[in-house]
Design a protein around this ligand. Sequence first.
Ligand SMILES: [Cu+2]
Length: 188
Amino acid sequence: MGGMEEAKSRIEGVELKRFKNPSYYHPSQSLLDSDPTEIFDFVYYQGPKIPSPPSFVPSSLYGINERPYEDGNKTVLKVCLDSVYELKVVNPTTASHPFHMHTNHFQVVSALCGDTSKGEELRECDTSPDYVKGDWRDTITPPSPGEVVVRFQPRDWVGDSFAHCHIFGHEDRGMAVKVIISDCKGNS
Ligand SMILES: [Cu+2]
C-alpha cells in the first residue's frame, strides 16, 4: 500500500476525538439571522503590469475598490464593537485572491459565480469542497470570477486591524484594507 491509499488510511486512523472544534467555530452564535448594521462591497482590482527587475516575475498593481493600499491613499473600513457587518467580496478576475481578515473571524452567508462586468448573470455554484453557508473562516477564496458574502461581529479588540488578499505578492502590491474597530458606545 502506498501513496493515496496509505495517506487515506493514516487519516482515517487518527482519533478524531483528540481534536476539539477550533475556538473560532461558534455554531451557537450564528450571524445568519442578524440584520447587518452596514454592508460593504470590496471589489478586487488588478491594474496593468508594472516594470520589474529582470530576475523578478512581472507583476501588477493590485487594489480594492480601484485603490491600491498605500500611504495617504488607504482604503479604510470603520466598524463598531458588537455591531454586525456584512462584506461582499467581489473578484471580477480569473485569478485566485483568498480574502483574509485579522482579529475577527467571519461567517459565510453566500457565494455566487459569474462576471457582472461582462454582463454575465450571477449564478449559484458549488463551493462545497471548500466552504458552505454558515462556516466560520478567517480566510475565504471567492469564486473567480464571482463573489462571496460574509458577516462578522467585532468582539473584544478595539484598535487598528487589517484585511487583505492572502497572496503575499498581491497584498504587498496594494490588495489590502485597513480596519478600524472602535467602541462606539464609549465603554472602556
Ligand atoms: Cu490576490
